[in-house]
Design a binder for this molecule. Sequence first.
Ligand SMILES: Nc1ncnc2c1ncn2[C@@H]1O[C@H](COP(=O)(O)OP(=O)(O)O)[C@@H](O)[C@H]1O
Ligand SMILES: [Mg+2]
Length: 330
Amino acid sequence: MMEDIHIQARNLYKTYYPALSFGQTFKSWFAYSSTPAGQNALSDISLEIPRGAAVGLIGPNGAGKSTLIKIIVGVLRPTSGQIIVANRVPYKDRMRHVADLGVVFGQRTQLWWDLPVIDSFRLLKDIYDLSNNAYVDSLDELVALLKLEPILKKPVRQLSLGQRMRAEFAAALIHRPSLLILDEPTIGLDALAKQAIRGFIKHNLRNRGTTLLLTTHDMQDVEEMTDSLYLIGKGRILSKGTLADLRARFFPDRILDVEFNELPDLNTLPKGLRIDNISGNNVSFSLSKSAVSSKSIIPSLYAQYDIISLRFGYQSAEEVVRTFYEEHEA
Ligand SMILES: Nc1ncnc2c1ncn2[C@@H]1O[C@H](COP(=O)(O)OP(=O)(O)O)[C@@H](O)[C@H]1O
Ligand SMILES: [Mg+2]
C-alpha cells in the first residue's frame, strides 16, 4: 500500500527581499548586479511527512523553521519550489486548507484579547461554520482534556501564559483538523504548563491520527511529542531521522555515571571504560558498545568498588543535538 503523504515539499526556496527606499530603488536601477540583496531563508528544502506522523523541526534561531511553517500554513508563498498539503497548494487554496488545519504560534495569540475565552471559541464556530452538535462535542471534549472550565469566562488578557496556551490549543483544535502545526508551543512556559501541553498531545491527540508538525528548542518536547526529526540549519535540511538514529551516529557509546563512596584509584578500572568527567566522588564514564558488555562490567565494578549509586544510559537528547550542530557550524 502506498503511504499517504500529508505534507510534501520539493526544492523549496524562500528569499525575503528587503523593502527598499526610493533612493535605494533608484540606485539599484544602475547597479551592475541583478541579484537581489536578500539571502535565502530557505534553500532547497524537500520533505515528506506521512499522514499521522509526528515530526519535529529543530534548528538554531534564524535557521528557517518559522519560514517553512508559514509556507506550510499558507501565509507565505515560496520564492520557488513546490508545496503540497493534503493535495492542495496552501497559499493558493487557503480557505479549504485552513478548514483542515490547526496552528499554534507560541509567541502570538489567535484568541481575542479582550473577550472571554468562550467567546473566542464561539467566533471560531462561525468562522469554521461548525454545526451546533459538532461544536458542542468538540468543545466539551477539549474543555475536559485541557481543564478549561475555570478560565472559560475570563478575558484572555487576564490569563497566565500556561492557561492561555491551553486555550490556544483548544482554539486550534475546535474544528478537529487532521493537521496540527505548532511553532515553539512551549516557549516561556514553566515545567508544569509544559507537561500539561505535552501530556495532552501525547495521550489525547496522537492516538486519533492527527498529523503533527512542531518546531521547538526543547528536546524534551521532541522526545515526548514526536517520532522523528528534521534538523535545519541556515535554511537547509542538514539531517533527518529519529533521535535514536542521531544518537547512534554521534554517540554510539553508552554513558555510565558512578557515585563512589570514596574516589578510588582509577588506574585499576575494568578495561573498556573511558573517563569523561570527575566531580568529587562522581565519575562519568563512557563505554563503547562493541568493546564491553554492560552485563559483565557493572557486576565487576560493584565487586571491585564501594559504589553508592550507578546510572547506566544514553547521552541526553540535548547533548546529541548540540554535538550535531557543533559539527555543522564548523
Ligand atoms: N519577515 C521577514 N523579513 C525579512 N527576513 C526575515 C523575515 N522573517 C524571517 N526572516 C529571516 O529569515 C531567516 C529565517 O528566519 P525564521 O524562519 O524566522 O527562522 P527560525 O524560525 O528558525 O528562527 C532569518 O535570517 C530571518 O532573519
Ligand atoms: Mg521561529
